[in-house]
Design a protein around this ligand. Structure first.
Ligand SMILES: [Zn+2]
Ligand SMILES: [Zn+2]
Length: 251
């Protein structure tokens, strides 16, 4: 049974579908077909290599990750949207598409993240860019219904750093929320978002959920190529699908 969504969100989703439905692909949650953390193809394993490597470090990271769509490198339309929306010259609709995907995830399914955790979200943070632009944060600020719950995260590493380095992401807050929602645009290995999650956990946050707009897939890796060929290619976008469960929303 599909749950009811607020009419403003339905209108937004309908225009997103008209604008971008032909090329967007919703993420797929399927045991041993896609990673149980980040929805990347896994070729029979429970997790993808980067997520598995993170688990082996035994450093507490996010408890749950929700990702809205896939973005195939290097030239699928979705990839161009998530890569270029924060550039100096984004395509005419790039920012609007990312903004709509964020709004769908945040307004449509934040409640789901709370239900699954059993803990109300009392703080949110955007993964800051390692290159100082803050387009994502601006878009989230326009969308959120709880602006006062923003936590500021400061990146102290070198521009362009890609590794999992929790010590390079500083939480600038004296208050430690119980459940923080971290928002990111493109998940490649998850190193940045998971570094922020680890940093929050270290500060005392009990539960961390990460919502990302897109899981970036590299088609050069064999299992990705087969998965892309079989399941993606545009037109599989279902805006009512819950990014946290891959199916219906938890009640
Ligand atoms: Zn993964
Ligand atoms: Zn949901």
């Amino acid at each position: 049974m599909t749950r009811a969504f607020p009419s403003g969100l339905v209108n937004l989703a309908t225009s997103l579908d008209t604008e971008a439905g032909s090329f967007l692909d919703s993420t797929i949650h399927a045991d041993r077909v896609t990673c149980k953390v980040c929805c990347a193809p896994v070729d029979g394993y429970p997790m993808c290599h980067p997520c598995q490597a993170q688990v082996q470090l035994e450093i507490p990271v996010a408890d749950r990750v929700g990702i809205v769509v896939y973005a195939v490198e290097p030239d699928s339309q979705t990839y161009r949207v998530v890569r270029d929306y924060k550039g100096r010259r984004p395509g005419p609709s790039h920012r609007a598409i990312v903004s709509a995907l964020l709004a769908l995830g945040l307004r449509g399914h934040t409640r789901c993240a709370q239900t699954l955790a059993g803990i109300a979200i009392d703080g949110w943070a955007v993964v800051p860019s390692t290159r100082s632009r803050s387009t994502l944060r601006d878009l989230v600020r326009e969308t959120t219904r709880s602006p006062s719950r923003e936590l500021s995260i400061r990146f102290t590493g070198a521009a362009g750093e890609r590794d999992f380095r929790p010590e390079h992401w500083v939480v600038d807050s004296d208050v430690v929320p119980r459940h923080v929602l971290i928002i990111d645009d493109a998940w490649v290995t998850g190193a940045h978002a998971q570094s922020v999650a680890a940093s929050l956990k270290r500060a005392g946050t009990e539960y961390v959920s990460i919502l990302a707009v897109a899981r970036v897939l590299d088609p050069k890796w064999g299992p990705n190529r087969a998965f892309i060929h079989e399941h993606l290619g545009g037109g599989t976008f279902d805006w009512t699908r819950c990014p946290w469960t891959g199916g219906s929303c938890p009640s």
